[in-house]
Ligand binder design. Structure first.
Ligand code: S3P
Length: 447
């Protein structure tokens, strides 16, 4: 039997020694792109999005809403026009909604669809079908939702219509923006008030965007509340929305330019929401030279241009409060740690084990292949900086693992071959081209 085609990255060492240079814009923010489609769909009137991420994950959300009866034009060079149907205007789809690799689509849609008057089924690829869904199905059940999952609490999810949802006062057991957002979206359809308390701050794009669409959200410290629309909580009104460049995609370049001598790179229009700034805080604590300029705001989200120059890095104990603020950036940060002097220790990050892959195990294995001492632990890792060798890495279909090891090539003694990279398309279409333009010697090919 023929094996499925494998997208391979081949990265050669930085022979010219110039590092990463120039000025570039990484694609739009994935989290914000998902939410723009979701809220635009259930708003009244048209929503014009610019800078939308045309990656497979956000496109899965876009396609799901088309199947739910929403007319959506585009995407065309990042522009999307949504003809919103209002909170009660979604229609039953003609079959299961395919979420691909996208945890955000599945978890947020579970909440948004729990209070509809029709049934839906949400399916995902192998990786998504292994990820924990009880973190959303259990609190949604407390609101009155009827959602069936597999015996182990995973997708596919079958959402059955119920007479109505009731608001919930809930303390999140794990710091998760996806769970918080899922419950807030269900709360739009629930009677009374829904309040969520987080154990630590997580990305607040849902809260900011709801407010941007005119839906009142009350935030007090770690607690966020809204009242269901049927209880007079409000409505969403369509408008214009500019998606900033994704700091999670910028992260690969922040690390690459920090570790590669000679680098001087500017990343333009990057979202710098404080709930996403962990990667900059951690890299700066390691000695990175990152300068912010041109700070501005678009659709309630702060953005800036980031200039990063090569700098000697040193290992650190990563502060636990930075973990939720850098949750997607650890694969890239582990490459920075591998190039730093001394040891870097991460704790309190067991969530990394249930991302698109087990990012602690997969990164530790890849770093070991390259000759770096990396000791995985249940809730983190210890990495001792050293000389990066060469070798063949398995990305396990995880986009962020693939892009992180690509950046390791900038400091490697020989070529690094990375397999199973096709899912880079989920968050960063055009990564290899953009990285090559900045100076990374990378080739991609189907093998
Ligand atoms: C996301 C939240 C994070 C992050 C994911 C996107 C979101 O997940 O890892 O890539 O858009 O809300 P958790 O909230 O589950 O940590």
């Amino acid at each position: 039997m023929a094996l499925p085609p494998d997208l391979r990255f081949l990265v050669r060492p930085d022979a010219a020694g110039g590092g990463l240079r120039g000025r570039l814009r990484v694609p739009g923010d994935k989290s914000i792109s998902h939410r723009a489609i979701m809220l635009g769909a259930i708003a009244e009137g048209d929503t014009h999005i610019e800078g939308f991420l045309e990656g497979a994950d956000a496109l899965a959300t876009l396609r799901a809403f088309r199947r739910l009866g929403v007319a959506i034009e585009g995407p065309d060079a990042g522009r999307v026009l949504i003809h919103g149907v209002g909170l009660r205007g979604l229609r039953a789809p003609d079959g299961p909604l395919e979420m691909g690799n996208s945890g955000t689509s599945m978890r947020l849609l579970a909440g948004l669809l729990a209070g509809q008057c029709f049934a839906t089924a949400l399916t995902g690829d192998d990786s998504l079908s292994r990820r924990p869904m009880r973190r959303v199905t259990e609190p949604l059940a407390l609101m009155g939702a009827h959602i069936e999952a597999s015996a182990t609490g995973t997708a596919p999810l079958h959402i059955h219509p119920v007479a109505g949802l009731t608001g919930l006062d809930y303390r999140l057991p794990v710091a998760s923006a996806q769970v918080k957002s899922s419950l807030l979206l269900a709360g739009l359809y629930a009677a009374g008030e829904t309040c969520i308390t987080e154990p630590a701050p997580t990305r607040d794009h849902t809260e900011l965007m709801l407010a941007g669409f005119g839906y009142p959200v009350c935030r007090q410290g770690p607690r966020v509340c809204l009242t269901g629309s049927g209880s007079g909580g409000g409505r969403l009104i369509g408008g214009r929305l500019q998606v900033p460049a994704d700091i999670s995609s910028a992260a690969f370049f922040l690390v690459g330019a920090s570790i590669a001598p000679g680098s001087d790179l500017t990343l333009t229009g990057v979202g710098i929401n404080p709930t996403r700034l962990g990667v900059i805080n951690i890299l700066r604590a390691m000695g990175a030279d990152i300068e912010l300029s041109g700070e501005r705001t678009a659709a309630g989200e702060p953005l800036a241009d980031l200039r990063v120059r090569a700098a000697p890095l040193r290992g650190i104990a990563i502060p636990v409060d930075q973990v939720p603020l850098a949750i997607d950036e650890f694969p890239a940060l582990f490459i920075a740690a591998a190039c730093a002097a001394g040891e870097t220790v991460l704790t309190g990050a067991e969530e990394l084990r249930v991302k698109e892959s087990d990012r602690i195990a997969v990164m530790a294995a890849g770093l070991a292949t390259l000759g770096i001492a990396a000791e995985p632990r249940p809730d983190g890792i210890r990495i001792v900086g050293g000389a990066i060798g060469s070798g063949t890495i398995a990305a396990h279909g995880d986009h962020r693992i693939a892009m992180s090891f690509a950046m390791a090539g900038l400091r490697a003694a020989g070529p690094i071959e990375i397999h199973d990279c096709a899912n880079v398309e989920t968050s960063f279409p055009g990564f290899a081209r953009l990285a090559a333009a900045a100076g990374l010697a990378i080739e991609e090919s189907w093998v």
